[in-house]
Design a protein around this ligand. Structure first.
Ligand code: SF4
Length: 92
């Protein structure tokens, strides 16, 4: 069994990626603690397989934890982080 996609590893990697992105110079957060669409380089189209609908920051139906404004489930930005797959057995 490969440990490469272990759920805990995915979550930790996602949190690290988000933390690094939010600490990048010049990426100050807008009011409300969210980044503007421009800062996040948000687009209304997916980037390959990456889209808001499968990002861990997406809040259905049209919001995001880290980017302000109306967010499409088919959109994308550079803060995209893969939503962890739930463990069907309940073990991590
Ligand atoms: S890709 Fe993720 S972080 Fe970026 S706007 Fe969509 S839900 Fe938010």
């Amino acid at each position: 069994m490969s440990t490469h996609n272990h759920p805990r590893r995915i979550v930790l990697r996602s949190l690290l990626a988000t933390g690094c992105a939010l600490c990048m110079p010049g990426l100050s957060l807008a009011q409300g603690g969210k980044m503007s669409k421009a800062q996040a380089q948000y687009q209304d189209q997916p980037k390959g397989d990456q889209k808001c609908g499968n990002c861990m920051h997406f809040i259905a139906p049209n919001s995001c934890m880290v980017v302000e404004g109306n967010i499409s489930s088919d959109g994308w930005c550079r803060l995209w982080v893969k939503k962890p797959v739930e463990d069907p057995v309940g073990k991590m």
